[in-house]
Design a protein around this ligand. Sequence first.
Ligand SMILES: Cc1cc2nc3c(=O)[nH]c(=O)nc-3n(C[C@H](O)[C@H](O)[C@H](O)COP(=O)(O)OP(=O)(O)OC[C@H]3O[C@@H](n4cnc5c(N)ncnc54)[C@H](O)[C@@H]3O)c2cc1C
Length: 359
Amino acid sequence: MPSYQYDVVVVGAGPAGSMTARYAAEGGCRTLLIEKRQEIGSPVRCGEGLARHFVEDTHLPFDQKWVGREVAAKAGADIWLKTTATAILKDDGWVRGVRAKRLEEEMNLEAKCIVAADGYESQVGRWAGFKTLLRAGDITGTLQYRLTNISEGHDFPDYCEFWLGTCAPAGYIWVFPKDESTANVGIGVSLDRLKNRVDIKGYLDRWIAQDPRMAHAQPLDMVTGGVSTAPPIKKSVGNGIALVGDAARMIDPITGGGIGNGMLAGMLLGKVLAKCNETGDFSEAALMEYEKGWRAKLEENLYRNWLAKNKLVTLSDREFDDIIQVLAEVGVHKLSVRAILKVLKDAKPELVAKFAEFI
Ligand SMILES: Cc1cc2nc3c(=O)[nH]c(=O)nc-3n(C[C@H](O)[C@H](O)[C@H](O)COP(=O)(O)OP(=O)(O)OC[C@H]3O[C@@H](n4cnc5c(N)ncnc54)[C@H](O)[C@@H]3O)c2cc1C
């Protein structure tokens, strides 16, 4: 069986893996980024909602090509498509590489460090001994259409819409406009609220059917996927391995947004890998700099939002309406859970009694 040697092998070319590969390669690591699909970033399993500051924080050029895969290649990482990690190579408590299949060929990819950037419920992480499986209440099933031919004769907003309550149990429906007649219209529903996963489509189709703006809408594509709404993972590094992005549950449990956090953590990890390469030390202790770094930036917010999510899913449609009404009247300057709760507490304390501990 052929075998290849790298300093770093990144499994998964999503936003987190691509950023990790970019910064590791830029920092001098011989880096390979593998992706099981034939094309990176396709299908786009995402509503494409991303706060602009994440692009600035991760130093990506703000244009069509901002996705990290291009900059990973330009930074010097090798990229192999249609290459699937199928097992982990372990020896004496250390991860030493992955077994992979490219088209029909099996091979060993040996590396000083493997990066599991393979998305939610990471298999690579699980093979290495990390607890990556989630309970149903911490997984949101999603389905999204790109709809065109919408809004004829109706005003269509130039802002993003979120619909909460029984239309999407323990989740929400989103409408992210792309131009005056096209939008990403999707739904997330907590898996513990569904008898069958296919019921998600029924919820979204029923909601679309009652919206007059969508009467003549037609889908251009449909994507489905799972999103973790769990608290952050307990441990994200081991000897010769690190988890990043959705694989390490860095996704916001309220919004289901994970691109920005994955890119930030990927940048951090890539830089730490470059340092490890200089000393030749890819031990768990050396990789802790990455773990401490991402926790300092993200953990408190992720954990608070997970606790808040567990309360939010108990609210009735009436309570949601009251909350939105108050926010519309009073206004809120910053869209964070804490800022919203503070506004509500001042205006109508009884509305946020359930959330007192977060204020
Ligand atoms: C419908 C939907 C809408 C969303 N909308 C938004 C949004 O608007 N804004 C936002 O911020 N977030 C959104 N998210 C979440 C966002 O997509 C994720 O948080 C983000 O993609 C996570 O990035 P990642 O790099 O960690 O993992 P992923 O993007 O999941 O990438 C993992 C990659 O690993 C590859 N892979 C998996 N296993 C293997 C293997 N064994 N070998 C090789 N390759 C492998 C996969 O093919 C994939 O390309 C949405 C998610 C869904 C499902």
